[in-house]
Every structure is written in structure tokens, then in C-alpha cells.
Design a protein around this ligand. Structure first.
Ligand code: SF4
Length: 235
């Protein structure tokens, strides 16, 4: 198990070298994340979980362009919504969860305005979000970080896998909320957005589940799980 000091050193390396990872070849007009209201941040987080920012930006724009408003998304078929997530993991499941979320929101508030959460204080607002069936720990943390002004580090499965390989998260931590809590102690609040964006880029673009792209990963020199090809090993 890595010590707190070695994790801090590694964190500095991740924030520095991880910036060099770019997101694929696809070009998409970037979303102005800071301009999103609370409801939009929730819906963007559905797109962002286990995805690069480019994939999420494209999916979010597709949802906005293909449907008149969020109410139309709520009453549309899952198949139509899933088309916005083409090429992404769990496209159909994302569509199902978005409809389920919008349905629950509409039935409980009769509106699509969640900005009141910003006046409730971070803990109460986060608890209220958690109660929604379709909302994951990642989404609560994302909204806490981006809309509620709280200190949170959203962790999805790709990020957890990458951070365990790097040794920034202890291997025995299995549940995503436990990993998030450990990271919230390690990563300063002022760096939480940068950390989220950097690590998710490395995780989705390089640290693939089956064949991680270690030979071209900028963190290879600091990663205890680096995999080198047999040809290189033999030299
Ligand atoms: S070196 Fe390999 S295992 Fe380590 S973070 Fe990079 S891609 Fe993942």
C-alpha cells in the first residue's frame, strides 16, 4: 500500500504529465460547463460518466438538438435517446436512466428547474440528489463539484480502474463512494476539477480495461502497473 507522501508525489505527476493526454481525433464544439444550470449539469453528468469530455459534449449536444426540450426527452422512446450516445458504453442504459430521472423529477416537482438546490447547502442538496433512483454517486459528486461549490471528486469505473493501477487508490477499496471519499482527502479542493478532467482523460483514452496503452501513456514512468510489450521486455 502506497504511503500518503508517495501518493501526494504521484498526484503531482498525474496532474502534470496527465495533461499531455488529448481526447481522440473527434472534434466537437466544447460545452461551456460553467454555464450549465443544475438540471443541465445532472444531465451532462449522465453523458460524462465513463466517457471523455468530447464524447459527453457530443452526446449532450445531440440531446439538445434532437429534442425540443427535456420534457420531450422524458416522453420519447429509449431507442431514440440512446442514438445520442452512439459509440459510447451502455448507450441504451444511459437512455433508460435519463428517462427514469426526468420522470421522477417531473412527478415530484412538476418542473424541470433544479436551481433551488443551490440555496439548500451542499450536504442537503447532495442528499436530495442521492434519493433519485437513477442518479449515481458519480452524478452527485459531479453536481456537487460543478454546481454546488462543494469539494467532491466524481469517480466512475474507468477512473477507479486507472487510479488503482497507478496506486493512487488502494486496491482493496471496491465501492466507488469509498474510493471517492479517499480521493477527497488526497486531492485539494482547488485542484478537484483539474484532477477529474485529467484522470478521466487518461482512464478513457489510455487505461483501457483489457489492453491499456501503456507504451504511449505519459504516466508509464510513474505507474507500477505499466505493461510493456513482450518484444520490449526481451531487449
Ligand atoms: S501506464 Fe498503463 S496501466 Fe498505468 S495509467 Fe498508463 S495506461 Fe494505465
Amino acid at each position: 500500500m502506497a504511503t500518503a507522501a508517495s501518493k501526494q508525489k504521484l498526484l503531482t505527476q498525474v496532474l502534470g504529465k496527465g495533461r499531455k493526454v488529448t481526447t481522440g481525433k473527434e472534434t466537437v464544439e466544447p460545452i461551456d460547463i460553467d454555464a450549465l444550470n443544475v438540471l443541465e449539469q445532472v444531465l451532462y453528468a449522465f453523458c460524462r460518466e465513463d466517457a471523455t469530455s468530447t464524447q459527453a459534449d457530443r452526446a449532450f449536444q445531440q440531446l439538445q438538438e434532437r429534442f425540443f426540450d427535456w420534457n420531450e426527452v422524458r416522453v420519447s422512446s429509449i431507442r431514440e435517446i440512446a442514438e445520442a450516445f452512439e459509440g459510447m458504453s451502455k448507450a441504451f442504459e444511459r437512455g433508460e436512466r435519463i428517462v427514469s430521472f426526468l420522470q421522477e423529477l417531473f412527478e415530484t416537482t412538476f418542473s424541470y428547474d433544479m436551481d433551488l438546490l443551490q440555496k439548500k447547502g451542499v450536504k442537503i442538496a447532495a442528499k436530495q440528489l442521492e434519493r433519485q433512483q437513477a442518479i449515481t454517486d458519480f452524478i452527485v459528486a459531479w453536481v456537487t463539484q460543478r454546481s454546488l461549490g462543494g469539494h467532491a471528486v466524481p469517480v466512475d469505473n474507468s477512473t477507479a480502474r486507472c487510479l488503482k493501477r497507478l496506486g493512487l487508490v488502494d486496491a482493496e477499496l471496491e465501492q466507488l463512494p469509498d474510493i471517492r471519499a479517499a480521493l477527497e482527502h488526497l486531492v485539494p479542493k482547488a485542484k478537484n476539477v483539474e484532477f477529474t478532467d485529467t484522470v478521466s482523460r487518461v482512464a478513457v483514452e489510455m487505461c483501457h480495461e483489457k489492453t491499456p496503452a501503456c507504451p504511449v501513456c505519459p504516466l508509464a514512468g510513474d505507474c507500477p502497473s505499466v505493461r510493456v510489450s513482450k518484444a520490449k521486455k526481451a531487449k
